[in-house]
Design a protein around this ligand. Structure first.
Ligand code: AHM
Ligand code: MG
Length: 336
């Protein structure tokens, strides 16, 4: 590739199209980019823990080793606080939201919600994990402490959202509501390059992703849809392939590119669903829709229209190629 566009250049060019932009969002992306590089480095040496010491142990330098999800939380939080453009964050790793009350952050307009390291149980076995983020404009007055209402906004209010996938390559994929773009990290130069411009998901696909071990506990409509996926019908390319990594970012990323459906429905084990609305489902739903896909919690329930009631709220989550979401919705409508 000749003169590849870097993530920094891309954001700068996008900002230039909006003369009224303050550059605050650009700074937030710089923070996320920096923390992503640090987490990338740390994840890539995770396999050495048996040599250098596991989480909770003291390493050769006499420092306590942190668990990687805690480490990622601290790095993203610190990077966001340092730029003075974020007034508060909410994170899967924090029970309550965190108010940044120092310096310019007091007058900042944005809040960031994140899952700093989703799927972290996969790290021990060298499987891809991800960071998920979601950015909103605050609704409380600038200069005052953030309030819970700043974080409990419906997903359709998101200004930007994205994820970092720490996979065979590390990538950042994000949207600001104007399409989805993906950037691949070159660790030798420490730069993300635009590798997947204007990502569009296929209107249908041949992959379904669900933890099928829970089959007996799923709603009837989901069970019937799984059976539909498994039926033999060459004219609709069935049976589909079952692919489930157990790492939302990785499962979604694959389906986004290849076409497919990801489901984490309600079950008797998780009556509300397992995944978290604010920092897992909403950002992924925003990306899905921006790429031409759909994301629902159930019949006629668009994820981005749900009014959140609490920070760590769980919801059932079905996301993917639009025709596949329409099909599962039909089954839910008929069988419940
Ligand atoms: P986590 O936030 O505790 O890591 O859980 C979220 C993860 C998702 O990445 C993944 O899709 C799902 O949980 C897997 O759950 P399960 O093991 O029940 O299939
Ligand atoms: Mg998570």
């Amino acid at each position: 590739m000749k003169n590849p566009t870097t993530l920094g250049e891309f954001i700068f060019e996008c900002q230039a199209e909006y003369p009224e932009a303050t550059g605050a969002l650009t700074s937030i992306f710089s923070s996320l980019r920096l923390a992503a590089k640090i987490v990338h480095r740390e994840i890539n040496k995770a396999g050495l823990v048996d040599i250098t010491g596991a989480a909770g142990e003291i390493n050769a330098q006499g420092e306590a080793q942190q668990k990687l999800d805690v480490f990622a939380n601290e790095k993203f939080k610190a990077a966001l606080a340092a730029r003075g453009v974020t007034c508060g964050i909410a994170s899967e790793e924090e029970d309550h939201y965190v108010f940044f009350d120092e310096g310019h952050n007091l007058n900042a307009e944005y809040v960031v919600l994140m899952d700093p390291l989703d799927g972290s149980s996969n790290i021990d076995v060298n499987v891809s994990v991800g960071t998920i983020f979601s950015i909103y404009r605050r609704i409380s007055p600038v200069g005052e402490p953030v309030t819970m209402d700043d974080f409990l906004q419906p997903g359709r209010n998101q200004v930007a959202a994205g994820y970092i996938i720490y996979g065979s390559s590390t990538m950042m994929v994000y949207t600001t509501g104007n399409g989805v773009n993906g950037f691949t990290y070159d660790p030798s130069v420490g730069v993300f390059y635009l590798s997947h411009p204007n990502m569009q998901t296929p209107t249908t696909g041949t992959i379904y992703s669900i933890n099928e071990g829970g089959y007996e506990r799923f709603p009837a409509g989901v069970k019937q849809y799984i059976k539909y996926c498994q039926e033999n019908d060459p004219s609709t390319h069935r049976p589909y392939s079952s692919r489930y990594i157990g790492s939302l970012v990785s499962d979604f990323h694959r389906n986004l590119i290849k076409g497919g459906i990801y489901m984490y429905p309600t079950s008797t084990s998780y009556p509300q669903g397992k995944l978290r609305l604010l920092y897992e489902c909403n950002p992924i739903a925003f990306l899905a829709e921006q790429a031409g896909g759909k994301a629902i919690a159930g019949v006629s329930t668009r994820i981005l229209d749900i009014k959140p009631e609490k920070l760590h709220q769980r919801v059932p989550f079905l996301v993917g190629s639009p025709e596949m979401i329409d099909k599962v919705e039909e089954f839910l409508r008929v069988f419940g």
